[in-house]
Design a protein around this ligand. Structure first.
Ligand code: ASP
Length: 351
């Protein structure tokens, strides 16, 4: 977690250059009589906020503003949404390059808060090669409404690019900048709606990635399944069949679940069919250790992979990213249990 005060700028910047992409979310919503819904055409409001930033901090901002063709309530994000956003970011940077313009200092994505941590975590993997920061922001209360946090959050996003020109994907929200691979939305109304669940632990040295390997022609779907007392094995089995590209299994504590013979059999059959099963914990601290309890041992024997201390958003993002490559089961296990971007504290006990 990084505190970036909204009233300090430590860099002596002559000009701040940013690309802004509005994807939807409460930030720009209006109530059309049947509840809040996203609206298009908020470029003028964004320009006013940027003028306010320049007035407050004395830093001129050169920005290019774009909107997704279909702005959405982020609750409607589908499996392709993040790919569309990543492609828009890359396209915007290509245009600047081809026009011979100065590359931006950072990219700001205005996004709904409900799935911001999922999108942010996935973008961290998809855009890890960008040399500039990508900062997601949004709001709990729409622009122009009393008590709106939209303006302050946009200023925080601008300030985080001005003060922290490190590459990587972040969430700027409330009073904090969160590394996306460790962030989670934990309040539906607080101004500080996100938390950095666990410390960000980026590996020293360059980021390792399977990106150079062959791409999967059609990536298989990946999903998330939370275990609970009374869980019906048929439900688990259905998830393992539908999300045959891989399932993040959110378990209890150190990686336990109602490990009936039928449930373990469903997992063994899934891993045998080539569907990776990655076990994470629903706890906010601590890590998975599949060797500790009998249910964990049964999961291990059935071929499950220990997901260490990854958040659900980061685990799903990483599995989805890896599903985009032609990897053997052993390669996928190795990537999944290696700390690529600070999403995972590596520990032998977690594998
Ligand atoms: N439902 C909204 C969204 O995620 C919530 C928000 O933006 O705060 O798009």
């Amino acid at each position: 977690m990084t505190d970036i005060a909204c009233d300090t700028v430590t860099l002596d910047l002559a000009i701040l250059r940013v690309e802004i992409l509005y994807t939807g979310g409460t930030f720009g919503m209006v109530d059309g009589g049947d509840g809040l819904r996203p609206r298009t055409g908020i470029g003028g409001d964004v320009a006013d906020l940027i003028d306010a930033y320049t007035d407050r901090f004395g830093i001129p901002v050169e920005f290019r503003y774009r909107e997704l063709e279909h702005v959405i309530d982020s609750a409607h994000a589908g499996p392709d949404t993040v790919g569309v956003i990543a492609e828009q970011v890359r396209a915007a940077l290509r245009v600047t390059r081809s026009e011979g313009g100065t590359p931006p200092d950072g990219v700001i994505l205005i996004h709904g808060t409900d799935t911001m941590a999922y999108t942010g975590a996935r973008l961290a993997f998809e855009l890890h090669d960008l040399a500039i920061p990508v900062v997601l922001t949004g709001a709990q209360i729409p622009l122009g409404q009393p008590g709106s946090d939209a303006g302050e959050n946009l200023l925080l996003a601008l300030n985080s690019i001005a003060t922290q020109p490190a590459s990587g994907t972040f969430i700027a929200f409330g009073s904090r900048l969160h590394p996306a691979v460790r962030a989670s939305k934990r309040s539906s109304h607080d101004r500080d709606g996100f938390v950095t669940v666990r410390p960000h632990t980026p590996p020293p040295g360059p980021i390792a990635s399977p990106d150079t390997g062959a791409k999967a022609e059609t990536p298989s779907p990946v999903g998330l399944f939370t275990v609970f007392p009374g869980m019906d094995t048929d439900l688990l089995d259905a998830a393992l069949r539908i999300y045959h590209g891989g399932v993040v299994l959110e378990c209890y504590g150190a990686g336990t679940m109602p490990a009936s013979a039928a449930a373990i059999d469903a997992i063994r059959k899934a891993t045998g069919r080539g569907t990776p099963v990655v076990v994470i914990t629903h706890c906010d601290s601590g890590s998975v250790d599949l060797s500790l309890y009998q249910p964990g041992r049964a999961l291990l024997a059935a071929g499950a992979i220990g997901g260490g201390d990854m958040t659900r958003e980061a685990a799903l993002a990483k599995l989805g990213h890896l599903a985009g490559f032609e990897l053997t089961a052993a390669e996928l296990r190795r990537w999944m249990t290696s700390n690529l971007l600070g999403e995972l504290t590596e520990s032998p006990a977690s594998h």
